[in-house]
Write a protein that binds this ligand. Structure first.
Ligand code: IPT
Length: 923
């Protein structure tokens, strides 16, 4: 087999739509016989029906063989894991041979063997006869089996090579996972149909191409002929209101069922419209992934993805970076998501060699690229959810894009074309970018972007809607900056929104590491944990980033005034009649608010004023069950302050400070608390042995700190190895401890003066004064202390229940929260700073309580920051016998610099003069 051919396949049938047909179909999934060879040059005698495969293994189909103990796993983002020398491939070319026998039902004649996805180069034999070969891993292919089928037992054999000339087209940022990873069927269906269902001026128009006759009983449409058009009274399809109509197309030999959604995508005055109204894409990029099955994703998992997205106010998906399993698109039609369907094309690794020999611009690859585009469009053309075709991802520029785009425009003028890799937008209908900063997005929103050299192209592009096909890289802790992007998307009509990178962490379940990432299987070339950058953890638990995204994407907004709330409907299409509204003050029962379907101002219920700080929370929940969530599911919420906390001066006045500090025996005692007389450090707190709070500037770098370059700067400064020098311990009415905190080998430092007073509780005021020329942001400004493991639950009043940093934690609300130490940890696959609770008024640790004056940031862990910094996988973190408590004044923002902009200037933490006060009281 010539693996270095540019030809995408041979012996294949014309691509056609994925359809539900009543034609007989045989499911060929299941257990196949399997043998893996390290090279491609082995005899193909295994394809003979009488070949003895007794010493082969069993392998499930669909699956990837490296996830079943055969061969090696590898992850790279951009880099090709073999030399760049198209169309050549390495001699080491894992080759999987598959065999399975099946019995043909009596009376069966003819049929097609259909493979929904084989990674990567597949040759197919039926009863020893070679049917052909195919490439294009994430695309369906069919071979005519008819002439070679025989009654009774048939033997199907498939040889799958991992590497071929086509591998240069499949350099997506993901695990390299060969195998027959999607369904295999033998079907007697041959039908193809292209349904056109549009919506304008309150009515739907329906027609179709292909032979057959189309009926939509619910609409009274019967036996429509190809090419004929009917106008019908319908409810249009939108992601918010995914109304589908059952249609049936009958042919002499079979009939197919499909679900028609009427909708029209258009662009007018540079604005993206659906059904004539502006469309704002609140999207995510979805790779197919399952921690055990890789891209062989079970149906229930696909469904779980769509449900999770819907429940987190996501309304759009980009199928990065290949067409998904066809069932996924059915789910998007049914449950309602706008989809950018992306072609299985990425040649990113050529970027590392200056895009030399890029297949995108190599005419010898033109057929292969066109083949991929055709197979995507033909397969997916009937989905109302699919609103744009994307030519691929990160494939540079070149002539073959024109070939793909030209064909697609002709075949399907109803859908705009997308491609990000060519900023001139020569072949697209929308201007798309990835990771553009807020400032650049703003400029584009104002139509004030830098012009292209080619003025004609510039004028074309300036008339296009803009979207960010990737933004807010959700790697590890973060992303920060979501609210600011959304604000821009909502402000400028040209901005059609975007797609957060990315949906899920691709961590593979691993017996030692918990979840594995690049390098964990000994790959020589890999991109580490760059594959762990999702909004959900590998087991699909939402990360704090997804909760923030839900908040930012809320389709209802609350604007509070004096005793009133204005409810603003931000849906693109729906009104508010599917929602119920409730208001409550913590501790009191919820009261129902009557909100008009179009929104408007309503009075907040009168609540008896309490003594302490009180907030009103208003929530919008589903009034009834929806297909994607049950009644009561919260869609949006808002809070407003009802009663402010007592002011600080009142508080100070309330407690009269007394000088109960007594020196003796090497200690300075304050009731059952005590300080070391030498160092002035707190050693006992209300009877608990503690290691006293002291100034700390370090945090375990986040992925954003790390890849964005801050960690390197911080380490160069030595912020991870601060020294503490005590200059004076002075005892008067207060205990004053004067210190200088600084790393070795620099003259930068901080003067930290701790002033303790005692009145039954302990009050601490820390004055911090930087010395020297601090240029870069610092990780953190706070105190670190540790205590014995007597504490296992923390109760606090402040933002919660989840973590929050200066530019994240939008999902956190003011309230009284409680969590165990374990629950306070966010289990990022790659350990890093996490779990910080913000704007804490007070926190109770069982034996004692800490109060802010007025607030502080709180993190409690069963391991130290150094241990967290050193850990590379979750199992590296082992709970010790102490609780490490961090009481913080400030943190550096999170940003999204692992790929994209860092924290916005407002969220940067600069070394500055500061005073920080806290109280410690016995429980
Ligand atoms: C961008 C890729 O399109 C995406 O697949 C992913 O790799 C992401 O980066 C990083 O996680 S391309 C990058 C050069 C901006």
């Amino acid at each position: 087999m010539d693996l270095e051919t540019f030809t995408p396949g041979s012996g294949r049938l014309e691509p056609r739509a994925a359809l539900r047909s009543d034609a007989p179909t045989l499911d060929l999934n299941g257990t196949w016989r399997f043998r893996l060879s390290p090279t491609a040059n082995i005899p193909d005698d295994f394809a003979r029906p009488d070949f003895d495969d007794a010493d082969w293994d069993d392998l499930p189909v669909p699956s990837h063989w490296p996830l079943h103990g055969h061969g090696a796993l590898a992850y790279t983002n951009v880099s090709f894991p073999f030399p760049i020398d198209p169309p050549h491939v390495p001699d080491e070319n894992p080759t999987g041979d598959y065999r399975r026998a099946f019995d043909l039902p009596a009376g069966w004649t003819g049929g097609r063997l259909r493979f929904e996805g084989v990674d990567s180069f597949a040759t197919v034999w039926l009863n020893g006869h070679e049917l052909g070969f195919s490439t294009g891993s994430r695309l369906a292919v069919e071979f005519d089996a008819g002439p070679w089928l025989r009654p009774g037992r048939n033997v199907l054999a498939v040889r799958v090579h991992q590497w071929s000339a086509a591998s240069y087209l499949e350099d997506q940022d993901m695990w390299w996972l060969p195998g027959i990873f999607r369904d295999v069927t033998l079907t007697r269906s041959t039908a193809d149909v292209f349904v056109h269902a549009s919506y304008a001026d309150g009515r739907g128009t329906l027609s179709f191409d292909g032979p057959g006759r189309l009926s939509v009983p619910e609409l009274g449409v019967a036996d429509l002929e190809p090419g004929a058009e009917v106008t019908v009274e319908i409810t249009p399809w939108t992601a918010e209101t995914p109304r589908l109509y059952d249609a049936i197309v009958t042919f002499p030999e079979e009939s197919v069922r499909l679900r028609v959604g009427f909708r029209t995508i258009s662009i007018a005055d540079g604005v993206l419209l659906a059904n004539g109204r502006p469309l704002l894409l609140k999207g995510v990029n979805r790779h197919e992934f399952h921690p055990e099955h890789g891209r062989a994703v079970p149906y229930e998992t696909m469904r779980a993805d769509v449900l999770l997205m819907k429940r987190h106010n996501v309304n759009a998906v980009r199928t990065s970076h290949y067409p998904p399993h066809p069932d996924f698109l059915d789910l998007c039609d049914e449950l309602g998501l706008w989809v950018i369907d992306e072609c299985d094309l990425e040649t990113h690794g050529f970027g590392q060699v200056g895009w030399r020999a890029n297949p995108t611009d190599d005419p010898r690859y033109a057929d292969a690229l066109l083949d991929r585009m055709r197979r995507m469009v033909e397969r997916d053309k009937n989905h109302p959810s699919v609103i744009m075709w994307s030519l691929g991802n990160e494939a540079g520029v070149g002539r073959n894009l024109a070939v793909m785009a030209g064909w697609a425009r002709e075949r399907d003028p109803s859908r705009p074309l997308h491609y990000e890799g060519d900023w001139s937008c020569a072949h697209t209908d929308v201007y798309s970018r990835m990771y553009a900063s807020h400032a650049e997005v703003e400029a584009i929103g104002r139509l004030a972007e830098d012009p292209l050299d080619d003025l004609e192209l510039d004028a074309r592009r300036r008339a296009m809607p803009f979207l960010q096909c990737e933004y807010a890289h959700a790697m590890g802790n973060g992303p920060g900056g979501l609210a600011e992007y959304q604000e821009l998307f909502e402000r400028y009509p040209r901005l059609a929104g975007g797609f957060v990178w990315e949906w899920i962490d691709h961590g593979l379940a691993h017996p030692v590491f918990g979840y594995a990432y690049g390098g964990d299987y000994g790959e020589s070339v890999h991109d580490g944990n760059f594959v762990i950058d999702g909004l959900v953890f590998p087991d699909r638990t939402p990360s704090p980033g997804l909760l923030d995204l839900k908040k930012v994407f809320e389709p209802v907004k609350f604007e509070f005034g004096d005793g009133v709330v204005r409810v603003v409907n931000c849906h693109d299409f729906a009104d508010l009649s599917h929602l119920e509204f409730h208001a409550s003050v913590e501790g009191s029962a919820e009261r129902r608010l009557e909100v008009p379907a179009r929104g408007g101002e309503v009075k907040l219920p009168d609540v008896p004023a309490g003594t302490g700080e009180q907030w009103v929370t208003v929530r919008a929940v589903l009034a009834g069950d929806q297909p994607w969530a049950g009644a009561g599911h919260e869609v949006a919420w808002g809070q407003t302050l009802l009663t402010p906390p007592p002011s600080r001066s009142d508080e100070a006045a309330a407690g009269a400070w007394s000088a109960g500090l007594v020196a003796g025996g090497g200690e300075i005692a304050a009731g059952d608390s005590a300080f070391d007389a030498e160092t002035g450090r707190l050693v006992r707190l209300f009877g608990l042995e503690v290691e006293g709070p002291r100034l700390d500037l370090w945090r375990a770098p986040t992925d954003n700190d790390r890849y964005g370059g801050l960690e390197e700067k911080w380490r160069a400064l030595g912020l991870h190895r601060l020294t503490h020098r005590v200059d004076a311990v002075e005892l008067g009415d207060a205990l004053t401890v004067r210190t200088r905190v600084a790393p070795a080998a620099t003259d930068l430092g901080m003067r930290a003066t701790y002033r303790w007073t005692f009145d039954g509780g302990l009050r601490l005021v820390v004055d911090i004064e930087p010395e020297g020329d601090w240029r870069d942001p610092i990780p953190r400004l706070g105190l670190t202390m540790s205590l014995p493991l007597v504490v296992d639950r923390v109760t606090w009043f402040g933002l919660g229940p989840g973590e929050a940093y200066p530019d994240t934690g939008l999902a956190a609300r003011v309230g009284r929260w409680s969590a165990t130490i374990e629950e306070l940890q966010t289990p990022y696959v790659y350990p890093q700073e996490n779990g910080h609770r913000a704007e804490v008024r007070w926190a109770s640790f069982g034996a004692f309580k800490v109060s802010g004056e007025p607030v502080f940031g709180m993190t409690a862990r069963p391991w130290s920051i150094d241990e967290l910094t050193a850990a590379r996988h979750r199992p590296d973190l082992v709970a010790g016998d102490r609780v490490h408590l961090h009481l913080d004044l400030a943190h550096q923002g999170i940003g999204t610099a692992s790929c994209g902009p860092g924290a916005l200037p407002d969220y940067e933490l600069r070394a500055h003069r500061a005073t920080f006060s806290l109280r410690f009281d016995p429980a």
